[in-house]
Design a protein around this ligand. Sequence first.
Ligand SMILES: [Fe+2]
Length: 421
Amino acid sequence: MAAPAETVSRDSVDSLSARFARVRNLSVDLVATLAAEDTVVQSMPDVSPTKWHLAHTTWFFERFVLETNVPGYRRFNEQYDFLFNSYYYTAGQMHARPKRGLLSRPTLAEVLAFRSHVDDHMMRLLDGQDVAGELAEIVTLGINHEQQHQELLLTDIKHVLSCNPLQPAFDPDLPVPASRPVDSYSYVNGASGIHQVGATDDGFRFDNETPRHDVLLHEHRIGARLITNGEYREFVADGGYEKSTLWLSDGWATVSQEGWSCPLYWSEDLASEFTLGGLRDIDDSAPVTHVSFYEADAFARWAAARLPTEFEWETFATGKPVQGNLFESGYLHPVAGGDACQVFGDVWEWTSSPYSAYPGFVPLEGSLGEYNGKFMCNQMTARGGSCVTSPDHVRTSYRNFFYPHMRWQFFGIRLAKDGHV
Ligand SMILES: [Fe+2]
């Protein structure tokens, strides 16, 4: 599919409208290598079709910005409110998530026309005025929401393409990152005592990163880098998937039920893995990716270690740089290079912390209060940001959250241990 013409000017002098234009255009640019047929498929309930992502992010701006800020605004299509609402029950009923792949209509062309319609109205709203206050906050939230869906779009299309026996590449020209020598795994002493965690007053943050508050950190040490494919291969070769004593009860039940014997996308002979660039040899020096919380936890137990808490991770991550990633550098999967700590830009790192509210947490008002807070049950916190996260969308306090059996995100492993050395 040829890249559609840009519908949003990049020339705006208003920084908010310029950022809106840049992020909106990127979503369309991302799908330039796909055929229209690729954008319709839903390979499992956790995956949404590419076309749905393009439409849902547009619905967000129409529903939460244009309808409340543009007098007389008329929806592009009344039926889209039902089709492209994700989980905002206070905004109305919605099409069932597992059935998103049945939406052969509206067509991709119609969805792109929906995007153009909304973008035109948004640019008229944002241009020519000093956007501030509540409007600026909701537009900024919408931009960050779109960036979340850009990552999901790439994560989801990887799964979709992996299910096709033809093993098509998302982009066959994506480069393979250079391997690098990997030292033996080492730890650095982590901060201990009372420390502040959570979002600072600088820049955008989601409500679940607030309020900033004190936590008590016990003496611990944390891994200086991520666990590699080569190290995970040793766990597999040592019968890691066959020893129930290494696994949490729910994890062992999941392994047994699903028949897992290696990370998602690895071939059975452990030689190759499916990537956004197609089938590639496994790079033993690259961070292991696409493991569940259960697998990360079992690996840590096998390695006589544990996963870090999210606050141990956050204090370690403070001040660390973003690695190269797909958006900045065209990398196709986690990169073993650059700064050795690998905190941002490689994989989302599982922590041992359940996803829950910070003391004094107050969700956003109205429908957007459903954005994060209602998911604070039975999920685990993942920290960092992966090779498919926009570099300007990661920060130390960012909290991602997933169910412990999930593997399709770019998840990886960092270890921790009790005590200092
Ligand atoms: Fe969404």
